[in-house]
Design a protein around this ligand. Structure first.
Ligand code: SF4
Length: 280
């Protein structure tokens, strides 16, 4: 594969067909791109947009986020799921203010040292917000690259992942890195989709190996099946006489959880001083 032509074709496609008006592309800066990248982990763009708008209106900059109470941050995240992301974002904002004076670092290692920031997220922020060249390898990019080069094997397996990073590095151009990064993300999200990819209008379709072989559905190789253990539990939920449910704050993930008690015996008695409880 000609790396230059691969990148050129993606950038040319992006100029005409890519997404240019996402909220984090307006007033683009490292803070907005970082927040969007964290929200977009395991979450679709359409779902993220209203959350992103509310979040960045309430916390327009890293200092606003760093000085906020965690409850306010979690409140704005409520409904988006994967609440560990919000906690990490908040912790990282405090680190950025405390250690970097609220100035965003320009090196990959400093970004990767922040809670919740992996190599691909760090690279995306640097490339999209600062035009600093680093390859990204999120789920969309893995799908495009494994199909384009017909790379077999589960992409999370180190024997596949390391060559994939090398390929991502080789494909990343030295000019217009932000446009290229957005382009390959957009192609993965809108053309080379998980099901029913639109190969006939793909900008890199003419030398796509999976397409030529008629084996697009074979890539990327799915995760090997694991036999999941079956676990039986009994759960007690505490409800007071008004119907209110007793909840406790989750220590590191989630927002609230039932104040449940996992039991290994079939019957128990629960008493809380002054609070009549029923088992449901
Ligand atoms: S030709 Fe099809 S399978 Fe290949 S990269 Fe393009 S959309 Fe994906």
């Amino acid at each position: 594969m000609s790396a230059a032509s691969f990148a050129d074709r993606l950038v040319t496609w992006y100029d005409e067909h890519g997404r240019h008006d996402l909220p984090w592309q307006r007033d683009r800066n490292a803070y907005r791109v970082w927040v969007s990248e964290i929200m977009l982990q395991q979450t679709r763009v359409a779902t993220v947009i209203p959350y992103f708008d509310r979040f960045t209106t309430r916390f327009p900059g890293v200092t606003d986020l760093a000085t906020a109470e965690v409850d306010a941050v979690l409140g704005l995240w409520s409904g988006l799921g994967y609440y560990g992301r919000a906690r990490h974002l908040h912790q990282a904002a405090r680190i950025l203010v405390a250690r970097h004076g609220g100035v965003f670092p320009t090196d990959l290692e400093a970004w990767c040292a922040l809670p919740g920031v992996g190599r691909s997220t760090a690279a995306a922020v640097l490339a999209l917000a600062m035009e600093i060249r680093h390859p990204i390898l999120d789920g969309n990019v893995k799908r495009v690259l494994t199909r384009h080069q017909a790379i077999a094997g589960w992409p999370q397996d180190p024997s596949v992942l390391h060559p994939l990073w090398a390929l991502a590095e080789a494909c990343t151009p030295h000019q217009r890195v932000a446009a290229y990064t957005q382009a390959i993300m957009d192609v993965g999200a809108t053309v080379c989709t998980r099901t029913r990819p639109a190969c006939v209008r793909c900008p890199v379709g003419h030398d796509c190996r999976a397409y030529a072989l008629g084996r697009v559905a074979d890539f990327p190789t799915p995760r090997p099946k694991r036999v999941l253990p079956i676990r039986e539990i009994r759960l007690v939920m505490l409800v007071d006489s008004t119907g209110a449910v007793l909840l406790e704050r989750r220590p590191s993930s989630g927002v609230w959880g039932g104040c449940g008690v996992f039991l290994s015996v079939p019957q128990i008695t629960i008493q809380r001083s002054g609070l009549p409880c029923t088992m449901v």
